[in-house]
Design a binder for this molecule. Sequence first.
Ligand code: LR7
Ligand code: MN
Length: 580
Amino acid sequence: MRVTNIRRGRIFRIFICILIAIPVVYLLATWSDGHKKVREVYQSKFAARSAREAPRLVEGLGNFEPRNQPQREGPGEYGEPYHLPPEKKNEADASEMEYGMNIACSNAISLDRAIKDTRLEECQHWDYPYDLPTTSVIIVFHNEGWSVLMRTVHSVINRSPKHMLHEILLVDDFSDKEDLQDKLESYIKRFNGKVRLIRNSEREGLIRTRSRGAKEATGEVIVFLDAHCEVNTNWLPPLLAPIYRDRTVMTVPVIDGIDHKTFEYRPVYADGHHYRGIFEWGMLYKENEVPKREQKRRAHNSEPYKSPTHAGGLFAMNREYFLELGAYDPGLLVWGGENFELSFKIWQCGGSIEWVPCSRVGHVYRGFMPYNFGKLGAKKKGPLITINYKRVIETWFDDKYKEYFYTREPLARYYDMGDISEQLALKKKLQCKSFQWFMDNVAYDVFDKFPPLPANLHWGELRSVAVETCLDAMGHQPPSIIGLQHCHGRGNNQLIRLNAAGQLGVGERCIEADRQGIKLAFCRLGTVDGPWQYDEETKHLLHRVYQKCMSLNPQSLQLSLSPCDVNNAYQQWKFKTLRP
Ligand code: LR7
Ligand code: MN
């Protein structure tokens, strides 16, 4: 009886338990299912966010990493240099003259060649969200070598996750090479619509052509590549993840080198150190090791880091954001300065730039620029690139900083840059911050290398009083001798500046002296001073350290320092004013 009662009680309790358990289990099941979904979404967001904060380094390989790649054999495979047989030398030389790179060599290499994975090891272990934005890769080209252009396309197709690559948009900037006409059109049919080609009806230059490409593209993100690139392993997801997190980030891959003679693929910065884009006051693009302040923000060496600017050619951006910023200033012509325009605009108007160590892309650095600037170049008085710089600094620099530019490029003050009122209106409309803000918060390392420039006391041609001749840097790389040449009045290598701190400069270089003679030298980074002093009375250029004067040897027509002598006409110099 008791036994039965106990048993009954137990059965009753079990019954009650079951009654309670059913809804609980049901609730738990649905909740955990929902929770699992939430967690997946959260993780994908988190992974995107971690592109800046802490990457989720997973066991084994991260997603989108290639597995079981077949072995390949042939010229140039794995990015090895390829040397054409001697009988092809003429063909190779001719193609180098035509393209600034050895297209004959490129033609011998597979369009699908493998290249070595040059990323940091830990890049293989990152996990990226699956639903990264769809991407239009935009490649503008003007008379590029066919095989180099198509290898760029093949590498993008082969090394990008299919569902992220919306299209490759080729924009022809009025090429006249035969093989870029029908042959190109029929070749791209094999990509089943993934590769689209549009053509300019006249030469626009790369800057306007890129803006056109951005307008025509239909992906959410645009990625620009030069027409002679090879993208490396899993290059795309790390570029997209920061943009997925924040649509106002521009991302930039690390740019490896491809040799223009042998097509060898060479990693940059193989020492594991990171560099970022800066500039000197003549607006030449420079790279600088990432400062400690920025390094410290990162938990892993493979994480993206902020950069003041970028080289220009290769980057990713939300398409609509690019257009909201007015694309590139349409007044910039053909080539140069657009990288600064876009960088300053992004930073000062509320966006940011991140360089992404886990995204690597190879780029062929040409031996020389094989094309001219066409009609657009001829229209303008003064060098077109400096005119572009002037538009950019007049729009984005504060007055104080404009002076540094004009000190370094004195002739630019006289160039006609056209109308920038629309650019200024955009800056106002978007309520963009000052250049001082940019220097204090983003480009704070520029001054370490390139301090503010003291004003020029004198600038112009530096002429000898005794002989009809001018100092000339001759376009040589330092260390080299300073030449004496016929005075041509156009400036360039004959435009010499003496600043208030005694530095004698020509372009971005310095004129220095030692016991052997007077030389063209690299200016010491971080300093703007020098040993020179000019006396308008005696017309002497005194070297204060050696207490000697710059002299011209009338026989050898070479420069040296010799004891100052007011009666020696060969020690007398005049700065002659230059104008465009
Ligand atoms: O009139 C032109 N029309 C074009 O469509 C002239 C050029 N182009 C095309 C050309 O075919 C190529 O695909 O534009 C692209 C860039 O021209 P390049 O390769 O002759 O330029 P670059 O590599 O010498 O120069 C760098 O600076 C340029 C300044 O305007 C551009 O920003 C380039 O994209 C840029 N290249 C890079 O940043 C790659 C990294 C190397 C560096 C520095
Ligand atoms: Mn290029």
